[in-house]
Design a protein around this ligand. Structure first.
Ligand SMILES: Cc1cc2nc3c(=O)[nH]c(=O)nc-3n(C[C@H](O)[C@H](O)[C@H](O)COP(=O)(O)OP(=O)(O)OC[C@H]3O[C@@H](n4cnc5c(N)ncnc54)[C@H](O)[C@@H]3O)c2cc1C
Length: 232
């Protein structure tokens, strides 16, 4: 899985903090977007986020380049509607090589792994055979498995990302999208550490809301969520 933050709103935390001042100032000086003191930026952001005034952090957007993930994952990912997506087309891109995800639960069982590989690779073989005989890629792709690799560019604003991390960094989420969410969180923490300091599954901020479905394994001791613990 490749996950890289490739672009984002310049100076994302200052942009959001100054935007927050719009509600209390008669007018904003443009220069504030460049030079508002960092300590004030942090104070304003912590204040608005803790009070749930999250529209302010919609002013910061983050774009990720993601590849080497399965179609299973992207099907789950695109359910998050407050985002923009551009995904590799299986009509325009003819998949040349057998490129697919193998879950660890299968990797660890040699007999099953062999069957899994044979099954997936025979689907790819048929896919190529269909196209060799004139079937268009848009039809040949029907035989490809859910495991098939895909690539996608995703842009989300910080508010939508906080929601996404809350749902998808949770152990209740499917492992592959959880790996993606963890990797995306690690990326945005580098450029917006205050906005994302408490980002992650609900168990790092308080009790698990899953009731009888709880996994019972709070993630709050993991390094990725250390900043949330510090500030609790
Ligand atoms: C562990 C787990 C298991 C899941 N299992 C299933 C499953 O079995 N079947 C299945 O179909 N899905 C499943 N999902 C997907 C889930 O139901 C959501 O579609 C997905 O998590 C996106 O969440 P969202 O709608 O909150 O996010 P977004 O689409 O990003 O929306 C963000 C927020 O915006 C608001 N919003 C967006 N659109 C609307 C709207 N039209 N009306 C009102 N408010 C809106 C809501 O407050 C929403 O929470 C699962 C998700 C998880 C995390």
């Amino acid at each position: 899985m490749h996950v890289k933050l490739v672009n984002y709103t310049p100076d994302p935390e200052r942009t959001c903090a100054v935007a927050a001042y719009a509600s209390t100032h008669e007018k904003l000086d443009d220069e504030m977007f460049k030079n508002l003191d960092r300590k004030r930026v942090e104070r304003v952001l912590r204040n608005v986020i803790s009070r749930g005034h999250l529209s302010v952090i919609e002013h910061a957007s983050f774009t990720f380049n993601i590849n080497g993930v399965s179609r299973v994952l992207t099907h789950e990912l695109v359910r998050h509607r407050i985002a923009s997506y551009t995904q590799q087309s299986q009509r325009y891109v003819k998949l040349g090589e057998d490129s697919y995800v193998i879950p660890d639960s299968i990797k660890s069982k040699p007999e099953l792994l062999k069957k899994y590989r044979e099954n997936v690779e025979s689907s790819f073989k048929l896919y190529r055979e269909l196209m060799e005989q004139g079937v268009p890629a848009e039809d040949a792709r029907y035989v490809l498995p859910n495991a098939t690799h895909t690539s996608i560019v995703v842009t989300m604003n910080a508010r939508s990302l906080l929601h996404f991390f809350s749902l998808r960094c949770c152990y209740r989420a499917h492992w592959e999208i959880r790996q993606l969410a963890d990797a995306m969180l690690a990326e945005v923490k580098k450029v917006a550490p205050v906005i994302f300091e408490k980002a992650g599954p609900p168990c790092i901020r308080g009790p698990c809301p899953e009731g009888k479905y709880t996994c019972g394994k709070p993630r709050n001791d993991e390094p990725l969520f250390a900043s949330a613990k510090k500030k609790r």
